[in-house]
Write a protein that binds this ligand. Sequence first.
Ligand SMILES: [Zn+2]
Ligand SMILES: [Zn+2]
Length: 266
Amino acid sequence: MYDFHIHSDFSMDCKYLVEEMVQGAIAKGMKSICFTDHIDYDLSGDGINFEFRPADYFKKMRQVKYRYMDQVEILAGVEIGMQLHLSDRCDEFIANNPFDFVIMAVHSIDKKSIHTSRFPNHMPPMEALSMYYDYLYRCIDIFDNYDVIGHIDCIDRYFDDRSMIPDFEEYLPHIEKVLKLIIERDKGIEVNTSGMRYELGYYNPKIEILRLYRDLGGEIITIGSDAHSPEFIGYHYREAEKLLRELGFKYIYIYRDRKKIPIQIG
Ligand SMILES: [Zn+2]
Ligand SMILES: [Zn+2]
């Protein structure tokens, strides 16, 4: 099992030490894990950034990598929160650090955190979805230094009333545009299993999006739990793998030193 989306206390929203997360991964029998701690500049426009010091991060990553090498492979990645005005800054940060893997995610739109503003509840639902997917599209269009897009449809999480989420067919054109661009740029997506924890009842992205991605020719896909605590490492991994197999995907991908490696789905 290969969990490629894990946080530690290098992320502002996670209190568990790297070692505690590694112990969790060993207990779950993971083969490889990749830490993807948060870098989110200008999350809310109040000057608060989610960031870590790369020197400390890579020092810790090297320590655990060698200490636990007989038990689990440990890779060092990042989940970078993209916004249109940040592309140069993020590019420089990634280029200057030896990450194995980079997830790009949209957590804020023009310095407004989706998590705190919860904007989907304050406008017509379709308007909220188009705003998010069109922003994501523009981020993918201007930024290239990443490997996969994280939790593509996580916008669903922020509808207080989930019954307000429009039917997939209604916003299909927006998501299709996003997926086509990802494929055209030779990037991938992740299956983020945390949607089950957030009681969405599905992974991010949902089955319809995974199917569309496959139909459009998308192949590059990683699996990540987005665990912020040890017990969620590898959460729903086998189920996600099974779903991908049923959808016709032959491989999941892992990354070392920013190079993608296909792993046949068992
Ligand atoms: Zn995220
Ligand atoms: Zn995450």
